[in-house]
Write a new protein. Structure first.
Ligand SMILES: [Zn+2]
Length: 212
């Protein structure tokens, strides 16, 4: 039985320990032996008391990637933000600034995933020149630079852009007005990762490309 994570470890929390716990939770999930996977009762929610999260995970809305489940986390342990292809807007940035600045969370993870439909739509929009209407256009426009960078006509544009878009999102967060200082000081880490739909595994992305 793996040790029960202790998200309330307070001063012991560092970017390194937070990342280790998050990845350990994913290994429990992949192994089919989650500690918290079964514990989704109202009683568990009540028992969480005051929240002391140790990480914030920004992921996609994809219904196959429920973040608390794939990291085997309990109530009160991680903050979760989900938008199409983890697109940032000011509400998302402000929410992350709140979690880091007010709750003292040392780790921000940007989690992309294979076969992301939102990234696929951006690839399609650039290939066909047909931009969607409504607010969906806002989402597609935020993803488009990653597609352009890897080359929309590249046969592997979809998987390549998924990786590039994670890296671009990480870079934007590291340069954020309120996050840049703590990041440079080593008090906060922003990392990029990919979720594999076929295995359930989360793998950290290397700091630099190339995507191939
Ligand atoms: Zn997605």
């Amino acid at each position: 039985m793996p040790p029960t994570p202790d998200p309330a470890a307070g001063a012991a929390r560092t970017p390194r320990t937070a990342l280790a716990e998050l990845l350990a939770g994913n290994r429990r999930f992949v192994s089919g032996q989650p500690v918290h996977g079964h514990d989704v009762t109202a009683a568990a929610a009540v028992a969480s008391g005051d929240q002391q999260p140790y990480a914030v995970v920004l992921g996609c809305i994809d219904s196959r990637v429920p973040l608390e489940a794939i990291f085997d986390q309990t109530f009160g342990s991680i903050c979760v933000i989900r938008t199409g292809a983890h697109v940032l807007d000011r509400a998302v940035l402000g929410s992350i600034e709140y979690v880091v600045g007010q709750l003292g969370v040392p780790l921000v993870m940007v989690l992309g995933h294979e076969r992301c439909g939102a990234v696929g739509s951006a690839v399609e929009a650039l290939r066909t020149g047909q931009r969607p209407g409504g607010s969906l256009a806002y989402v597609i426009d935020r993803i488009a630079p990653a597609v352009t960078e890897v080359g929309a006509e590249d046969p592997d544009a979809h998987p390549l852009a998924i990786r590039r878009h994670v890296r671009r999102t990480v870079a934007t967060l590291r340069a954020d007005d309120l996050l840049a200082g703590p990041v440079v000081a080593g008090e906060v880490a922003v990392v990029g990762a990919l979720y594999d739909l076929a295995t359930g595994e989360v793998a950290l992305l290397a700091e630099e490309g190339p995507e191939k």
